[in-house]
Design a binder for this molecule. Structure first.
Ligand SMILES: Cc1ncc(C[n+]2csc(CCOP(=O)(O)OP(=O)(O)O)c2C)c(N)n1
Length: 344
């Protein structure tokens, strides 16, 4: 693995002190929202099950922060931080989890299957990893239209054993498409550990399809930012795709119903010591930032978002057919929504 410190140090050259605080803020927001949502689930207010990305906050926030407003993101269920970076508010997310009219899908889809296209987030496709093909197709469209834009998608280690992974990797490589693949290697696909999934480190597969694969410490938001920034540079300058393997750990069960008894306690303990938020807190403290005040600000946002969502009505059944078909829209001509990533 390339050393985290080297990747993060390179990234630090491009990140202002405010950017580094923003990375922490989004990670705190993601963790806080998911903790609150888990409580709402236990209170019976979130239907179905609940999926989170506890411990993987840097994997979603770092890459999303390195992208531009005109880029497009196919976001996985463990990557709430990416929606937050793109400007989705906590209230809309809580509304989504609880199936309310004010949720991102207006109560039309399960709690983690959402994406606000106006903010550049593609609605999550549950069949894994079909979003690799969606991102590859979008990158192909950008190329055909002559637009300097990049598509990025996240997917798990379990996904790399599926045919869709290989089809997307092959086509992206053949066409040298402006697409970034972020493989979140979180050690387990449900209860299946890595050694039962593949005989080679999947990052090596990039070379087989003719483009670079880079392994990154997935618990370091600045290293993730930098790897993605470099991949985006390659993509917009016509050099094609990059596979980024983010090495991390799924610190919770597959979903709320899974007690993950199959994960050895020592393994969890080891990863707890590498918590991505603790790491960024230490950096930001060195900058002289009052982290307790930042935590309080984030908590207030979460409390306000929860209240707002709890007051949202359930969807009106007479609107069930709305939004079934694509409406004519060109987001580049209509003007890009304001958002808060690094290239704002
Ligand atoms: C094609 C397909 N098969 C099965 C599933 C059910 N499923 C959802 S998540 C999951 C495990 C995925 O593991 P991984 O890709 O490693 O991601 P992780 O959950 O570890 O983040 C499975 C089997 C699915 N969504 N799509």
């Amino acid at each position: 693995m390339a050393t985290t410190s080297a990747q993060a140090a390179e990234g630090a050259e491009f990140l202002s002190p405010e950017d580094r605080v923003e990375l922490l803020r989004y990670m705190l927001l993601m963790r806080g929202i998911e903790e609150r949502a888990m409580n709402l689930y236990r209170q019976g207010k979130v239907p179905g099950s609940f999926y989170d990305g506890y411990g993987q906050e840097a994997v979603s926030v770092g890459p999303a922060f390195a992208m531009a407003a005109e880029d497009r993101l196919c976001i996985l269920h463990r990557d709430l931080g990416a929606h937050l970076v793109r400007g989705v508010t906590p209230a809309r997310i809580f509304g989504q989890y609880m199936g309310r009219a004010g949720g991102v899908t207006g109560g039309r889809d399960g709690n983690v299957h959402f994406g606000d296209w106006r903010l550049g987030c593609v609605g999550m496709v549950s069949m894994l990893p079909d979003m690799m093909l969606v991102a590859t197709g979008m990158a192909m469209a950008f190329r055909i239209r002559g637009e300097k834009r990049v598509a990025l998608t996240w997917f798990g280690d379990g996904s790399t054993s599926r045919g869709d992974f290989h089809e997307a990797m092959n086509w992206a490589g053949v066409q040298r498409l402006p697409v970034i693949f972020v493989l979140e290697n979180n050690q387990y696909a449900y209860s299946t550990p890595l050694e039962q999934q593949f005989a080679v480190d999947p990052v090596e597969r990039a070379a087989a399809y003719g483009f670079p694969g880079v392994t990154v410490d997935g618990n370091d938001p600045e290293a993730m930012f930098e790897a993605t920034r470099q991949a985006r540079e390659r993509a917009v300058s016509g050099e094609g795709p990059t596979l980024i393997e983010a090495v991390t750990m799924r610190m919770h069960g597959h979903a709320a119903h899974d007690d993950m008894k199959y994960v050895p306690k020592e393994q969890l303990e080891e990863w707890r010591r590498k918590d991505p938020i603790d790491r960024q807190v230490a950096r930001v403290r060195e900058l002289g930032v009052d982290v307790d005040a930042l935590r309080a600000e984030v908590q207030a946002q979460i409390d306000a978002g929860t209240e707002e969502a709890l007051a949202m009505p359930m969807p009106d059944p007479s609107t069930v057919m709305d939004g079934l078909f694509a409406e004519e829209a060109n987001e580049l001509e209509d003007g890009l929504a304001p958002w808060s990533g690094w290239r704002r």
